[in-house]
Ligand binder design. Sequence first.
Ligand code: SAM
Length: 236
Amino acid sequence: LSTADMTMIELTPVAVTHSPYKEKFAIPRQPGLAPSVISRIDLLPPFNVPEALAGLEQVSHIWLTFYFHGVGSKPESLRVRPPRLGGNQRLGVFATRSTHRPNGLGQSLVKIDHIEGTSLFISGADLLDGTPIYDIKPYVPYTDCLPQATNTIANSAPVCLDVTWDEQALQTAEAAANRIGESIVDIVQECLAQDPRPAYQAHDPAKEYGARMWDLNIRWRYPTQDSIRVIGIDKA
Ligand code: SAM
C-alpha cells in the first residue's frame, strides 16, 4: 500500500442502533453495566438480509464497531481526561476509551438477547440512540478472554451508588413501564448507580440533574456524595 492508499477509506454503516438513551448523559461508560437495557440493532440495506446473521444463534456475545455520531467536533488534542481518574489527569487518547478520538470509532462487547429477522436485540449496550454500526463480529472466548491481562488505569468496575426514589417518581416510572413495556425502574437504577456526574464536579445536594431516556425526562439529586434520589419522571 502506498501512503496515499492508506490515508482514506470509505465505510458504509451496516446497521443502526435503537436504544432508550436519547442523550449521552447517564449512558453507562462501558457495556454490561446496565444489563436490563435492551437495544435493537437493525441491519441496513444492502446488508439487511437474514443470511448476513446466519450462525449467530450459536454465539452469546458480539463486538460492535460503531461511530460516535453524537460527538460534535473533531478532537483538538490527543490527550484526554478520563472521568474515572477524577477528571484532572490527562492521558494519551489511545490509552483510553474516550469518545473524542481521531476516527471517532467505538467498540463494545454486548450480549445477544435474541434475533428476529434482520434485527439483533442486545443487552447492556452503552450506545446512544441512532448510533451507526460499522461492523459486527462474534466474541471468541478462547482468544478474546484473557484473565492474565492487566490495566491499572481501570482495574475494576466503578463502585455503584445507592439509588432511592421519591414515591411519586416511582409510581410514574412503574406506570410508564407498563405503557412502554420496559423495565424502567431497574434500568434507571442501573444507569444512575454508575454516577453520571462529571468526576470533577463538587457535591451540591440542591443541584438537580436530568437525562432523557425513552420519551421521559429522569430527574435526580445527590443527597450525599455517594447516593442518588430520583425525584421526578416527566414526559420529555
Ligand atoms: N465501549 C465503547 C468503547 O470503549 O469504545 C464506548 C465507551 S464510551 C466511554 C461510552 C460513552 O460514550 C457513553 O457513556 C456515552 O456517553 C457515549 N456515547 C455512546 N454512544 C455515543 C454516540 N453514538 N455518540 C457519542 N457518544 C456516545
